[in-house]
Design a protein around this ligand. Sequence first.
Ligand SMILES: C[S@@+](CC[C@H](N)C(=O)[O-])C[C@H]1O[C@@H](n2cnc3c(N)ncnc32)[C@H](O)[C@@H]1O
Length: 307
Amino acid sequence: MKKINLKDLEKSYGVESFSSDFANSLEKANLSYEELSADEARQVASDITQKIDAEQFTKVGQHRENIWRDAWEDVWLAFEKSGYDIAELDPKFMSAAPIIRLNQRFVKALNPRFELAFFALFRNWLFETYLKEIDHVFEFGCGSVFNLAALAQLYPQKKLTGLDWAPASQKIAKALAGHHQMNLVGRRFDFFNPDVSLEIPDNSAVMTFCALEQIGGNFGQILDFILSKKPKIVLHMEPTIEYYDPENTTDALAIRYHKWREYLDGYYTRLRALEVEGKIKILKSKRLYFGSLYHESYSCHVWEPVG
Ligand SMILES: C[S@@+](CC[C@H](N)C(=O)[O-])C[C@H]1O[C@@H](n2cnc3c(N)ncnc32)[C@H](O)[C@@H]1O
């Protein structure tokens, strides 16, 4: 058995050291796993190839609005039925399979909540590193609102706004405010038709987690919208096709999967071009070398508008 340690995460996050609080959180997260044999790894790769060849995966995009509406409605009903238990908001698509991606190979997670725990650890580190001094945080494509609920638990004073095209998301935000006294509101928002009347005050942050992934190459409108609102800082955790190495067989499968599903395409390239044009400054951009069975949703980009 192996376990992710601080040295592993220093490399993954691209930082030199962590606080003792972070070390304690890592210990609690119990990120234990074991290596696969060469045969097992080949079998995993072959199963994925077969699924892609058999066209078993859906493509993302505008036509999926009803699918997200229904998926989050189910989560809302379960949340309501549980008496508003925040654990009900954890997305079911995380930690769905024991096989995960680590450092460009497949490994077997021994903790059934490995993926969610790894994600949450990094997400909370991002919050503490970049959002401490921010007054108002806007999450676009917030889904079950579980990221904002975690942020509210860390920083109860911050104003939080959760945006999504699925109506259940707004019901969950309202219930979190009412039943958990969170400083949180929900509002409908469509990436394909951004609501320009949304005000983003001074000293605000914009963030997206596995949300822009859903719009393929059609990110022009939402990116222009964010730029026009001039938030203080922007955080993304999104699959980033530019980071994969086509020569690595595990990465090559992620590229095939990403392209088949029509996930986010060219966003990081566009951010770098905007930096060259002097319109934004990229503060951090890092592949974590960690992902689920099919791909890596968790590369991070942190940037700020210039001027
Ligand atoms: C994979 S989920 C991620 C949700 C949440 N950020 C998380 O970390 O669990 C993608 C989210 O993007 C939302 N979404 C997809 N396309 C959208 C669009 N065009 N406008 C607004 N939200 C959209 C979906 O409703 C869903 O909540």
